[in-house]
Design a protein around this ligand. Sequence first.
Ligand code: PEP
Ligand code: MG
Length: 580
Amino acid sequence: MNFVLHGHAVSTGITVGYAHLVSTARLEVAHYEVAEDRVEAEVKRFDAAMRTAQDELYELKTQIAADAPAEFGAFLDLHRMILNDSALSQVPRELIRSRRANAEWALVQQMERLSERFDEIDDPYLRERKADVQQAVERVLKAMMGGADTSKSLAEAGATEEQKLIVVAHDLSPADMILFKRHRYGGFVTDVGGVTSHTAIVARSLGIPALVGLHHAHRTISEGELLIVDGVQGLLVVNPDAAVLAEYRGRQTQLKAERQRLKLLKKTPAATLDGTPIELFANIELPQDTPEAIEAGAEGVGLFRTEFLFLNRKDLPSEDEQFEAYRQVVQAMQGRPVVLRTLDVGADKAMDGGDGSHNMPNPAMGLRAIRYCLAEPQIFLTQLRAILRASHYGKVRILLPMLAHVHEIEQTLVLIATARQQLDERKLPYDKAVEIGGMIEIPAAALALPIFMRRLNFLSIGTNDLIQYTLAIDRTDDAVAHLYDPLHPAVLTLVANTIQTATRGGVPVAVCGEMAGDLKLTRLLLGLGLRNFSMHPSQLLLIKERILRTRLADVQTMAQRILRTTDPAKTRDLLTELNT
Ligand code: PEP
Ligand code: MG
């Protein structure tokens, strides 16, 4: 059957590919005791489900088209190997017998034990295979529960299509998402999630089409079904017919040509038509994102979300490990500035090792970011030393997230002094003039800006959190995603005032939230006085093109009119006018 699901596009572009259902959320199954005389039947039920899962994987393998990406076959083989291993094929049988437990529970118990062992592996590639174990187990569970038939439709869908895999999940955490960076998936779609959740941000940084908030995708789509992810209109087309496919193929070709054209701008300096230079920086999550930032012509890294080094592991990265990661980025940027944001864990970026955010009543307002770091000074000091050491190899700036109180800056400055002293004692070099900046992402900081400015060398406006906290909407919750509005007068006033006050006070100010990479808002931000934008690299050339076509004198008056407007419909009309 062919049908369309509507969601929110978090990453533009169009992908045609095949559904790959994943669930990395804890697999919750019932636990019950099996009557003594039913134990052997339960073992048989387990064996039958294992066989079904194996058969499905075998079937899927035989149906892969010749031009399918190598990963498709490789992951099917890997899942078959995992299911063949006695750790999964035998141990749960023993658990069923010894504990008289139901088969689902025995399997998940064993999976969790294995997952813990994977967490202890040093090699990051092997450690990440935990996700494959979970996915293989999920296939068996589906078979036990009479789940969808996953063996059909690859061939039915037509072997001539470009074979890409599209991840279909109910939910993905930012930590899950970062694992997917290693695979070359064609797209991502999830049932839940807001457009500025960290999951969406990482999806966007992959530069492939992604949709969130589809509500029923994971339940209604089967493995291997043909999908079109339309990241331009926020649509997911399931089992498209030939005419729709042809139409989308045409649009894909157009988009590809567009991207090629933009590449020509890589070396063109970003400046408005009246010659005002604009700095365009890149946001990155991991050192391996740096080449993409360079490829997009970024003049620096404006936001390195260092917390991603801390996810998907039980231990903490050591000072040396962090130093190597930071140095790698700093050296790759060859003297261009790198803004390293200190650990912003908590809320949706929960550390496995226990930042406690799982248990917090309201993690977004809890012990997150700078609050967590100040509560854990040894962890913070380790990171500060690693950052300072990396500063010896290029131009490093330190950025503090989630500032709400001036004493948070003061305490941090004391810790930075301590970190310096410790490095001096170890005779390790660092840049003595490293600049310290603060994120303006809590309304309190925006409203009391002068007292923060006095203590900081630069500011960066985190519009994602600024909007979340100003409008009191959880950025990860798709039930309130429609209320997430960068054009709300309160948000615009805070952003405009921050830019104006900082500029007048001679303190450099950037925007590093998603607003900076939103083409609709480029002229508005320019008109409000912004001269430094930091965004995911995939947006950079598009934004540059818009800047090159903008005359500041033309947009300043209109930006002020938008700022004064209180009628949302009028705001949108004026914005359309500004962008035409
Ligand atoms: C922001 O809040 O706008 C920001 C850039 O930081 P993050 O999205 O990582 O919270
Ligand atoms: Mg933030």
